[in-house]
Structures are given as structure tokens and as C-alpha cells.
Design a protein around this ligand. Structure first.
Ligand code: NAD
Length: 362
């Protein structure tokens, strides 16, 4: 039987509380689903800085490289606000993403029926919503050279960045989107600004070529990113998988996340080349305002674990069961404070975790 090596990085704030619930699920799958895990746990972020003087040690990075998948909580907190930039908690996470070459960021936006009223959009617009945004994560304008701020001869200052993509960078993230669409509803919408940017024109050409070469069974469409932003609010249900670059993906994935209305519910995955470890984490931060109170919503982390099972361990069946359990528990009216609504039953982090376990194995 295969042993799956999983690295748990709880991090700061509510991180340890929410990762503890995911750990219980892993133990449960080891007992009931015949999976075998080799579980490692280490520090990242502020707690690593306190323990080792850096937010990510070389040892932790090597452990991450050797893992099949990494499940992270969150990093950061006000106590590290004055730490030098390269030692800040966030620097640990950025280094991890960069060193593992995690070039595809997957952000699902799913509206659970029981939470349809949490969205600021009308229920009929978001009901049943299930979109996956694939954002290119290691290229584009955030990394392009040259970049800087210079002073011009007339004394004005000029800030500049470079939007740059190579064919390989576009093709590999397009591959991820097409492959994922095959396991979903078979539709990919690629978004860029081919009308005004050369990098967008290249993006469109390469995605189209990749489609013709290997993914003719997928329904491919193209949209300018500004129209995409509008369509996400107008009629989000038209999308299945959206693939886009780093800058547009940053904005569009936050917009899509907010369609669901609940930060504590949203998972994410960052993937690299096939066979390399994926990083799975909730999209929310370390929530210092509620850390240590035992009331954080663990569902974004539990849904991140579902993504880990689906994409790194090829156990889509178990991922489906977790997602179904979340659906069941929510429809029974159980709520942590962040998603509390009238007539529902209040619970805490551990209570929500226990309810998911019960729904899985009752
Ligand atoms: P945040 O996401 O931590 O919190 C925003 C609000 O949402 C808070 O009121 C918080 O209590 C609530 N919230 C977040 N997650 C919740 C959960 N699971 N259950 C219940 N309520 C939840 O964002 P912030 O306050 O802007 O940032 C706090 C720290 O987290 C900062 O140091 C920031 O840099 C860091 N951060 C880290 C990540 C990451 O690790 N990937 C992402 C975003 C922010």
C-alpha cells in the first residue's frame, strides 16, 4: 500500500486550530479508508521566525520538497509588523511557493445551498455556483524585469513594471486548466487583454494552439479580462474553469471568492509540474482577532484537504465525500460564528470538525 507523505504547516494565529481539525480527518481516513499517511509537522511564518529566526528554514523547505503534498494553515500577525521584510511571516510562504515552482493557483468559488444568502448577490444569481479559477502564479507583471522607480531629467518620478510571458509559461498553465476541465464540465474560458497587450495576444494564441494540439474535446472560449470581471457579477454560472494570468487572476479570483460571501469557506491549491508536491491552504489569513478562542471556521481548511486528496493523491472519491459532508452539516444548520444566521445552531471549531467526521462516517 502506498504511504502518502504529508507535511502539515499550521503557521500562526488560528492556523494550529484549523489544521488540528484537518489532522483528525486524516486520522479518520487512515482508519476507515485504508489510506496510509506519513505525517510531518513543522513551522512556517511568525512561529518559525520565533523558533529559528527565519520564516522558513532550509530543512523545512527540503521536507516540503520530499512530501507528496503540503497542507498549510495561515501565516502572519501584528506582532511581526516591524520585522525586516525578508524575515516577515509572508516571506516564508512566498519562498515556499517560489522554491517549489508552484505556477498554477487553483481557487474554487463554490456556493453551498445553505449559505446562498451569505452572498451580496441575489440568490438566483449565485445558487449552485461552482467555478474554478486557475491563475498563473509565478510569471507576469509581478515578476517581470525591468521594474523600478526612476527620476526623470525634469524631476518627475516614473514607476514601471514589465508584463512578460513566455510560450512555455502560458502552455503549462493552460495544460492545468484543460486537464481540470476534463474532470469537471469540460469548459475553459481564457481571459486576457489581447486587444491592447502583446502579452495578451501571445497568451490567446498559445492557449488556442494548446487546445488544438491536445484538448479538442474541451469547449474553449476567450474573453477580455475587463468583460470577464463584469460577467462574473452579471452571470457567474456561465463559467466552469477560468484560466488567466497572474495580475488578472489576482483580481478575478478575489472577485469570484466574494460571490460566495464567506471567507472561512474558501480553499485553494497551488500546483507545480506533474509529480511535484502541491500546496493546499485556506484563502483567509491568520485571523489574529479570534486566534486562541476556538471559534475559527475550519471548513476552508477541510475543503483544502479535499483538494489535496483530489489533486495530489488522486482520491477524488474522498474529496467528493468531504464536500458532501460539508453540504450536509451546513444544511442541518450548524454554524461557526462567522457564518451564523437566524435559526441556525452555533458551534465552535472543534464542534464543526466533529460534525464533519460524523457526516462522513454515520
Ligand atoms: P484574515 O483573513 O486573517 O481575517 C479577516 C477577517 O476574517 C477577520 O475578522 C477574521 O476573524 C475573519 N476570518 C478569517 N478567517 C476566518 C475563519 N477561518 N473563521 C472565522 N473568521 C475568519 O485577514 P487579515 O485580518 O487582513 O490578516 C491577518 C493576518 O493574516 C495578516 O498578518 C495577514 O498578512 C495574514 N494573511 C495571511 C494569509 C496566508 O497565510 N495565506 C492570507 C491573508 C492574510
Amino acid at each position: 500500500m502506498t504511504t502518502h507523505k504529508i507535511l502539515l504547516l499550521p503557521g500562526d494565529g488560528i492556523g494550529p486550530e484549523i489544521i488540528a481539525e484537518a489532522r483528525k480527518l486524516l486520522a479518520c481516513f487512515a482508519e476507515h479508508a485504508g489510506l496510509r499517511f506519513d505525517l510531518w509537522e513543522d513551522h512556517i511564518g511568525g512561529c518559525a521566525y520565533e523558533a529559528y529566526g527565519v520564516p522558513l528554514t532550509r530543512d523545512t523547505l527540503e521536507t516540503a520538497r520530499a512530501a507528496d503534498a503540503i497542507l498549510m494553515g495561515a501565516v502572519g500577525g501584528p506582532q511581526w509588523a516591524d520585522v525586516p521584510y525578508d524575515k516577515r511571516p509572508e516571506a516564508g510562504l512566498l519562498t515556499l511557493r517560489k522554491e517549489l515552482d508552484l505556477f498554477a493557483n487553483l481557487r474554487p468559488a463554490i456556493v453551498f445551498d445553505a449559505l446562498v444568502d451569505a452572498s451580496t448577490l441575489k440568490p438566483e444569481i449565485v445558487k449552485g455556483l461552482d467555478i474554478l479559477i486557475v491563475r498563473e502564479l509565478t510569471g507576469g507583471v509581478y515578476f517581470g524585469e525591468p521594474r523600478g522607480i526612476e527620476t526623470l531629467p525634469d524631476g518627475q518620478r516614473r514607476g514601471f513594471n514589465t508584463q512578460v510571458y513566455t510560450t512555455n509559461e502560458i502552455r503549462r498553465v493552460a495544460d492545468v486548466a484543460f486537464t481540470l476541465a476534463r474532470k469537471r464540465n469540460g469548459r475553459v474560458c481564457s481571459m486576457e487583454k489581447a486587444n491592447v497587450m502583446e502579452s495578451g495576444k501571445l497568451w490567446r494564441e498559445e492557449v488556442t494552439k494548446r487546445h488544438a494540439e491536445s484538448y479538442a474535446d474541451i469547449d474553449l472560449s476567450h474573453m477580455y479580462a475587463d468583460n470577464g470581471a463584469m460577467q462574473l457579477c452579471r452571470n457567474p454560472g456561465q463559467f466552469d474553469v477560468i484560466v488567466t494570468d497572474n495580475l488578472f487572476g489576482d483580481i478575478l479570483s478575489d472577485e469570484a471568492a466574494m460571490l460566495t460571501g464567506s471567507l472561512g469557506m474558501l480553499p485553494s491549491a497551488s500546483l507545480g509540474a506533474p509529480g511535484s508536491p502541491g500546496l493546499y491552504e485556506p484563502i483567509h489569513g491568520s485571523a489574529p482577532d479570534i486566534a486562541g478562542k476556538g471559534i475559527a471556521n475550519p471548513l476552508a481548511t477541510i475543503l483544502s484537504l479535499a483538494m489535496l486528496l483530489r489533486y495530489s493523491l488522486d482520491r477524488g472519491d474522498l474529496a467528493d465525500r468531504i464536500e458532501q459532508a460539508v453540504q450536509t452539516v451546513l444544511s442541518e444548520g450548524l454554524r461557526t460564528p462567522d457564518i451564523m444566521a437566524e435559526g441556525c445552531t452555533a458551534t465552535d471549531t472543534a464542534g464543526m470538525g466533529a460534525a464533519i467526521l460524523r457526516a462522513l462516517y454515520s
